[in-house]
Design a protein around this ligand. Structure first.
Ligand SMILES: Nc1nc2c(ncn2[C@@H]2O[C@H](COP(=O)(O)OP(=O)(O)OP(=O)(O)O)[C@@H](O)[C@H]2O)c(=O)[nH]1
Ligand SMILES: [Mg+2]
Length: 218
């Protein structure tokens, strides 16, 4: 079927560029994380908390991906962190070529840590390698504990799971143990951080982990 052939070619081309991006990051010692989640799970809030803790010890840069607006880039820029916004004009995920183009607008010379905030979508970004060291999937407690089972691709293709909005557990129908069980059933190797951007709980553990990482891997 021609449709399947075209899709495979698109993904093959994407993977080729992603490998070039990965080699570029490796050669320069830049640790790159691709943040993925459904809309509003808290990706930008996690970045803001991370800047507060790490911006004095690490050189951080950000590539933002959104369907419309540069609102998230404006939030990042308030912390003095270099940022480029990609507007996909309806596209539901970032692709390696878009990241490659964005890299040209960022001075990455002294950067240790590059975050790519993907478009809010728990399905499509799972299939697209951008050249990152790993995907970090963010899931918030308001989304329900069944989501790893319903959207397994994202959890299978990530090595880190951040469970955000733990402050809301008393008010929402979400069983944290069940959520973790479901996530580990899909991907037993997932490293899990439980955090709240509202209270700051779990942020030091997440930042400690980031401090110990480098471009050599996970
Ligand atoms: N109560 C609570 N609210 C949170 C927490 N983290 C984020 N929020 C709120 O959730 C909303 C969405 O947060 P964002 O950080 O914009 O989420 P996002 O994943 O970047 O959203 P998109 O980029 O649109 O996909 C905002 O109103 C945040 O203030 C948290 O830990 N607890
Ligand atoms: Mg955001």
């Amino acid at each position: 079927m021609s449709i399947i052939t075209i899709e495979r070619k698109v993904l093959e081309k994407n993977d080729e560029i992603a490998q070039r991006n990965r080699a570029f990051f490796r050669d320069r010692g830049i640790f790159v994380l691709n943040l993925v989640s459904s809309p509003g799970a808290g990706k930008t809030s996690i970045l803001e908390k991370t800047f507060q803790e790490l911006r004095n010890s690490l050189n951080i840069a950000v590539i933002e991906g959104d369907v419309q607006t540069d609102l998230d880039a404006q939030r990042v820029a308030q912390y003095g962190v270099p940022v480029v916004q990609i507007v996909t004009m309806g596209g539901c995920h970032l692709e390696a070529k878009l990241v490659q183009d964005a890299m040209e607008s960022l001075n990455l010379e002294k950067v240790d840590l590059l975050f790519i905030e993907n478009v809010g979508n728990l399905v499509c970004p799972a299939s697209y390698d951008l050249g990152e060291a790993t995907k970090v999937v963010v899931l918030s407690t308001t989304e329900g504990d069944d989501k790893p089972l319903k959207y397994p691709g994202m959890f299978r293709n990530s090595s880190i799971l951040i469970l955000n909005k733990t402050d809301l557990i008393p008010y929402v129908n979400c069983n944290l143990d069940e959520l973790k069980r479901n996530a580990l059933q899909i991907n037993p190797a997932l490293r899990i951080f439980e955090i709240s951007c509202f209270t700051g709980a779990g942020i030091p553990e997440w930042c400690d982990w980031l401090r110990k990482k480098d471009a050599s891997g996970l």
